[in-house]
Design a protein around this ligand. Structure first.
Ligand code: FES
Ligand SMILES: [Fe+2]
Length: 448
């Protein structure tokens, strides 16, 4: 077994230092045939503080999609790690990402999840900011008890220093020196491309508010699970049984298609997992029967996509693509997901469903209905995962057993280039890439 990690610092409350990041990195034990993660990586508040500093405040984090902010004055609130943020659209069409904090005495400026405003007025003393964050007015500035001629008013809200958009997906980073977004995404950008290429227009639209859930477990359980090709047949046994009994109850939209346990198992042996250098993970499976698609009820639509990208790529575009972009963004089926740690044992997940622009309305509708059967509070599948995250966290309180085992498929990996690795579909290849990026971030103080 790996040696006990150097955990002394975890019980000593003090400001994290470079030394602490080095010792946190020792929470992963890796040799040629072994890969183990220490329990403390999921349970200790000190580790979460280091993650906030060295991962969430450095990496490119997903903050929203352009279709959520179509008009001037539209805004949404959210977080980059533990930093509350405000994303807005100004009159000139620009998108702005700012801290949701009044520079006067700290009040949160916008308390609702989103909406439209002409200006941002602080609820405490009514300082007013333009929708792009500029300070417009200070109430009572010239009162007898107001500010003197020496008052240096702030320019406005604190701007997150870097914002970049890729095909409508808005990412931001608090690290002014971060590499370009596309360099950071690397090979993993194909996740976004293949999802968008399902649309004849190459775009998508989020039409509804997110489904927001909070679970009693560490944030990394979610990042690991969204691409986990190992658990489905076991965690979701009740769903598999339903399929066995009633046939394909999920509809014919590629969402957990199968109809029988053996078919579902067969699907899960297709494709591969990519574990990328940047910590991103993709689990990709080609479509089962493209001929059926190209001649079925949505033939015209499918044919138009095949014509655009060719037969080989078509089977991947309409296969099953799930991915995690390090650290807080995922896509699965027609969902965008983002997650943030609230505490070591508490995580918020936001799920946004989208329509594929230009796809037949009946197709978008079918995808939506299919989603409802598996995800959401009354779905047949997602509650299983949430239950497991809580069970994992509870299990980790048995801390006499120190290490978790993430070695599946280690012997059958192939390099893809640029430090990316390909593994078998139910391997933990992607998990290991995630954890290596995690370790690198904590060791070097860089999230990239
Ligand atoms: S805290 Fe915002 S105006 Fe005073
Ligand atoms: Fe699951």
């Amino acid at each position: 077994m790996p040696a006990t990690a150097d955990l002394e610092f975890l019980s000593v409350p003090r400001e994290p230092s470079t030394g602490d990041t080095g010792r946190a990195a020792s929470l992963i034990s890796e040799t040629e045939h072994r890969f183990r993660v220490h329990t403390a990586a999921y349970t200790k508040a000190e580790v979460l503080e280091l993650e906030q500093q060295h991962i969430f405040r450095r990496a490119w984090c997903y903050v929203g999609h352009e279709s959520e902010l179509t008009k001037a004055g539209d805004f949404k609130t959210g977080h980059i790690g533990d930093q509350p943020i405000l994303v807005t659209r100004s009159e000139d069409g620009g998108i702005h990402v700012m801290l949701n904090r009044c520079p006067h005495r700290g009040a949160v400026l916008c308390r609702e999840p989103g909406g439209n405003r002409r200006a941002l007025i602080c609820p405490y003393h009514a300082w007013t900011f333009a929708i792009d964050g500029r300070l417009v007015s200070v109430t009572g500035r010239d009162d007898a008890s107001g500010y003197s001629e020496f008052f240096e008013a702030p320019e406005g809200l604190y701007r997150v220093p870097r914002i970049e958009t890729y095909r409508g997906f808005v990412f931001a980073t608090l690290d002014a020196k971060a590499p370009a977004l596309l360099d950071s995404l690397g090979r993993a950008k194909i996740l976004i491309d293949r999802k968008l290429n399902q649309s004849p227009n190459g775009t998508l639209t989020i039409r509804s508010k997110p489904y927001v859930g909070i679970y009693e477990g560490n944030w990394k359980f979610h990042a690991e699970n969204i691409i986990d090709g190992y658990h489905f047949m076991y965690t979701h046994q009740s769903f598999v049984k339903l399929q066995n009994k009633f046939g394909d109850t999920t509809g014919d939209f590629g969402v957990h298609k199968g109809g029988s346990a053996s078919e579902m198992k067969k699907i899960r042996t297709r494709g591969s997992v990519w574990g990328c250098e940047g910590g991103h993970i993709l689990n990709q499976k080609p479509a089962i029967d493209t001929q059926e698609m190209l001649s079925g009820p949505f033939a015209e639509y499918y044919q138009s996509i095949e014509k655009l990208y060719g037969a080989e790529e078509f089977q991947w575009i309409f296969g099953s693509n799930a991915g995690c972009i390090f650290p807080n963004f995922g896509m699965i089926h027609n969902q965008i997901r983002t997650w943030r740690p609230i505490a070591p044992d508490k995580t918020e997940v936001r799920i946004y469903l989208y329509d594929l622009d230009g796809a037949p309305p009946a197709f978008n509708e079918g995808m939506l209905r299919s989603q409802e059967r598996f995800y959401g509070p009354s779905g047949h599948g997602m509650p299983d995962d949430i239950e497991i995250f809580a069970a994992n966290q509870q299990g980790l309180s048995a801390s006499q057993l120190e290490w978790l085992i993430l070695e599946r498929g280690m012997a059958a990996e192939k390099p893809l280039g640029d430090g990316d690795i390909e593994g078998l579909p139910s391997s933990e290849t992607g998990h290991r890439a995630f954890w290596r990026a995690w370790r690198r971030s904590l060791s070097s103080g860089s999230g990239q």
